[in-house]
Ligand binder design. Structure first.
Ligand SMILES: C[S@@+](CC[C@H](N)C(=O)[O-])C[C@H]1O[C@@H](n2cnc3c(N)ncnc32)[C@H](O)[C@@H]1O
Length: 308
């Protein structure tokens, strides 16, 4: 084995120590403010939030149509019952999907972040849909939004439950498409969540999920994206708070989806670690992340699966 250059060894130590400080700060921030910032910018940046929601849905659909080419031939969304896990700060995604003809949009979260979206955001969002897409009915979208915001869920069904019990949240509703964006990595128990979605999924339901596997603390994410995997479980757990990245790796998602009756499970990287960083990190992962099946080069992944 080629010895590690001294400068890399020092830099690795620097990231190890700095990352621990970030874990501590994230823990303190959560204690003071709770889970407060789903997006890396303020919900007051209305145009940015609108563009983000549109992009998220467009990317889900692109992925869905790549996974299931027959769905891309038009009309697939019509009448579909959709579930989003962890929608974050607003219901823009739901409004956009409803405007495309889905039957209903359901969303389940543990944090009532949607409270933070303003009337102005929704006015602008609906106006954006009206101005940019054919056949959008703004009064239908406004009516569904008003119902949801007054606690009377109809076709835009937002449920916030601290216990994240998806089966209870949906009651007798069944689901044809499950979407989720940068949320699975925050779930307390991914196997329980996958079991829950398997119960509410109709036969042949499709899941399209983007999972962000990286460190979430903003400065260190750019410099050392796999920083959280440097620490052994006992140390990482010292900084535990609800919503801290759970460090589950792609193979664990695959095993869980398989176990709960999903087929044709495809996991593909959405972003990968640079080759320089791969060499730099060599030998610096905690031992539970050391072997190849962890696919540490994957920074974020797309997971698509079909309910058998
Ligand atoms: C990074 S945000 C992503 C939100 C949104 N999908 C987006 O792309 O902006 C993570 C989401 O997961 C939810 N979440 C955080 N911790 C959770 C937990 N322990 N169980 C379930 N959901 C959680 C948050 O409330 C939030 O909606």
């Amino acid at each position: 084995m080629v010895p590690e250059p001294m400068s890399d060894a020092l830099k690795n130590w620097f990231y190890f120590l700095t990352g621990a400080v970030f874990l501590f700060l994230a823990r303190v921030k959560h204690t003071i403010y709770g889970y407060s910032t789903p997006k890396p910018y303020s919900v007051e940046q209305l145009d940015r939030c609108i563009a983000y929601d549109i992009k998220v849905v467009d990317e889900w659909l692109e992925r869905l149509y790549g996974y299931l080419p027959a769905a891309g031939r038009g009309g697939f969304l019509t009448g579909k019952r959709v579930l989003e896990l962890g929608p974050g700060s607003d219901l823009g995604v739901g409004l956009y999907l409803l405007s495309m003809g889905i039957e209903e949009y359901n969303a389940v979260d543990v944090n009532d972040l949607v409270e933070s979206a303003s009337d102005e955001f929704y006015e602008r969002f609906i106006a954006y849909l009206r101005d940019n897409f054919d056949g959008v009915d703004p009064s239908f979208l406004k009516r569904e939004l008003a119902r949801t915001r007054s606690g009377d869920n109809g076709r835009l069904n937002y449920v916030c439950r601290p216990d994240f019990d998806i089966v209870q949240a949906l009651g007798s509703r069944k689901i044809d498409i499950i979407f989720s964006q940068a949320a699975f990595e925050h779930f307390d128990d991914i196997d329980k969540t996958i079991q829950d979605i398997s119960r509410v999924a109709a036969k042949d339901a499709i899941a399209v999920v983007l999972i962000d596997l990286q460190t979430h603390s903003r400065w260190i994410k750019d410099k050392d994206p796999n920083n959280i995997y440097r620490y052994p479980k006992w140390f990482y757990d010292l900084f535990h708070f609800r919503g801290i990245p759970n460090r589950a790796r792609p193979y664990q998602y695959k095993e869980s989806f398989q176990k709960h009756g999903w087929r044709d499970i495809v996991i593909e990287p959405a972003s990968v670690l640079s080759s320089d960083m791969r060499g730099f990190m060599n030998g610096h992962y905690s031992k539970e992340f050391g072997c190849d099946r962890n696919q540490m080069e994957y920074l974020s992944v797309w997971l698509c699966a079909t309910k058998a």
